[in-house]
Design a protein around this ligand. Structure first.
Ligand SMILES: C[S@@+](CC[C@H](N)C(=O)[O-])C[C@H]1O[C@@H](n2cnc3c(N)ncnc32)[C@H](O)[C@@H]1O
Length: 551
């Protein structure tokens, strides 16, 4: 769930003002406040609209609001990699940020619409339409074609859909197989911004309540430190085989194998050696194995009637882990508690870097249901996507088993550096593919400024005999040379791409090699950008020396 923009609207007869406020609870408050100030804004800004303002005024004012809302909605990675070069046309940070910022403004306008007098209503409606128009324009320029796989049977899914509808689910989505992602949810009709694509009554959400009602709870509640997630996992291992289960039709739609990184075989493990993915998968598997060994066979030995040994093998445990990792959602219930849940139908929604549904995860107290409302339009026949979160590809492969299409801004390489004991805004540094940057100019080279600044400060510029600019440029060359060496060594550690066994068509080996190639591509983009940077710096140095020799 993404945070909602903390804004408030204030009204008076023929004008209204909207307050955009950066919450002091935001963990990135100081950094965002500084950025807002650098653009001439405070952490709390009131924007005034008058009914006689006219469309140009509305468009210009919305632009200002968007600038503020974008900063308020930045996440840590976006903040680290932001490019504040004034020569860049727009402060566009990422599709995620743009959609979140626009929707946060829309939400605020809509809240004000509900409680305003007629004159303000017209004005706010105009504002609402202008924001929706901006979302449409942005959506059109980022749309992806849906390819439905026609010859796949969806009987089980349709059966589940019927059962859910009989039990209060309202859906404007149908289930179909889509290319490269198993099943997905397809819009049955044109859906607009704000429309509810899917509504699930709380009674159909699978959560800890079901464990509490089962006989295994009497045993599990006495285990020190066991989490409700682990209890649910153990419950689902057994419930899957329960013919009288309320959720029988749901369990019938689940795959026998999930094919996430947790199921990678030996060859795939070898193929991804040296990558970030290898570390992530090994750590996760080790953690799960320890957890399993702490519980089994002890539970089966002590309570074979409740935990039949044939249902509680390591393989079954891993299946349940993959189910919960790849299909669960964290939901806030009416009592204010956050619970990890499985949600029939909603779990057919695939992930996208450019999702339709951004804000979800809170049970609506008025209807006691969970609503999936659109943050951007979704046309009839188009696949409706969620965002599972701002995850790197290694995380998505480990816990979900796929590499997302398109440029993932969260594919970062964390770097361990000498901290140089500098007081800095950033305590850790990272890089990502420089193709994601829009600034390849001198002193930028597509690389993040906090990282470059850190490296510059690690070097001591020679300032005595040369002009400061010349000294800076020489310092810059050393930084770039160091980077080329550093990323050259990292690239070598990944081995020769020709050694990757591309003939092996196993799904896991394929994914492992795809990831390794992604990591190579990131390293290679950094190296290429540094060589480009060296050229720019050399050119500038030549200019400097020519000017010096002219006196
Ligand atoms: C919550 S389920 C979504 C429904 C799933 N496609 C199915 O057939 O059950 C999550 C799983 O869907 C698949 N998935 C989700 N988004 C995907 C994407 N963008 N590309 C490929 N596979 C995706 C992955 O297998 C992931 O573990």
């Amino acid at each position: 769930m993404e945070p909602l923009l903390p804004c408030k609207a204030i009204e008076s007869d023929n004008k209204c003002s909207i307050v955009l406020e950066l919450s002091e609870d935001d963990p990135l408050f100081e950094k965002k406040k500084k950025l807002l100030q650098s653009k001439g804004f405070n952490s709390k800004e009131r924007i005034i609209f008058k009914s006689s303002s006219g469309p140009d005024y509305i468009a210009t004012t919305l632009k200002v609001m968007l600038q503020i809302a974008r900063i308020i909605n930045l996440d840590e990675v976006e903040l680290y990699f932001r490019e504040d070069d004034i020569s860049l046309a727009e402060d566009l940070y990422s599709p995620r940020n743009e959609l979140q910022a626009l929707n946060s403004i829309l939400q605020l306008v809509d809240i004000s619409l509900c409680s305003s007098v007629q004159m303000q209503k017209d004005l706010l409606q105009e504002l609402h339409d202008a924001v929706v128009d901006m979302i449409h324009k942005f959506s059109d320029s980022n749309s992806v074609k849906t390819v439905i796989v026609k010859d796949q049977n969806c009987d089980k899914e349709n059966y589940l859909l019927d059962w859910c509808e009989q039990n209060g689910v309202r859906t404007r989505l149908q289930i179909a197989y889509v290319e490269g992602a198993g099943r997905g949810a397809i819009a049955l009709e044109d859906l607009k911004v704000g429309d509810t694509a899917l509504e699930i009554p709380a009674s159909l959400i699978i959560c800890e309540k079901l464990v509490h009602e089962s006989e295994m709870y009497l045993v599990l509640k006495n285990i020190d430190g066991i989490s409700s997630e682990t209890m649910l996992l153990l419950w689902s291992m057994k419930e899957k085989y329960n013919n009288n289960s309320k959720f029988k039709t749901y369990f019938a739609t689940l795959s026998e194998e999930f094919r996430t990184g947790l199921s990678f075989g030996l060859k795939a493990n070898m193929a991804m050696a040296g990558t970030l993915l290898f570390n992530e998968i090994m750590q996760a598997k080790q953690h799960l194995r320890t957890q399993y060994d702490e519980l089994f066979p002890a539970l089966c030995d002590a309570h074979p009637d409740i935990f039949p040994p044939e249902l509680y093998s390591w393989e079954s445990f891993l299946w349940a882990c993959e189910l919960w990792y790849s299909n669960s959602m964290k939901i806030k219930f009416a009592d204010g508690k956050l619970r990890t849940c499985l949600i029939p139908i909603a779990s057919f929604l695939n992930h996208s870097l450019y999702p339709h549904v951004v804000n979800y995860g809170k049970v609506d107290c008025a209807t006691n249901s969970l609503k999936f409302c659109l943050s951007r339009p979704c046309g009839a026949g188009e696949e409706c996507f969620l965002s599972y979160g701002n995850f790197s590809s290694s995380h998505l492969i480990t816990f979900y088993g796929f590499l997302p299409k398109g440029d993932n801004p969260y594919d970062i390489i964390p770097l361990e550096l000498d901290d140089g004991n500098f007081i800095s805004e950033w305590t850790s540094h990272m890089v990502r593919g420089t193709w994601l940057s829009r600034n390849d100019k001198i002193f930028h080279y597509g690389l993040p400024s906090p990282f470059l600044d850190h490296l510059r400060r690690l070097k001591t510029p020679v300032l005595h005999t040369k002009t400061p600019l010349q000294a800076n440029l020489e310092n810059e060359k050393e930084v770039l040379d160091d980077l080329i060496n550093m990323f050259g060594s990292l690239m070598d550690e990944l081995g020769d791409p020709d050694d990757d066994d591309r003939k092996d068509t196993g799904w896991d080996v394929k994914l492992a090699i795809e990831f390794k190639n992604l990591q190579r591509r990131i390293y290679s983009s950094v190296i290429t950008s540094c060589y480009w940077g060296l050229k720019l710096v050399d050119k500038e140095l030549c200019k400097c020396m020519a000017e010096d020799s002219l006196g």
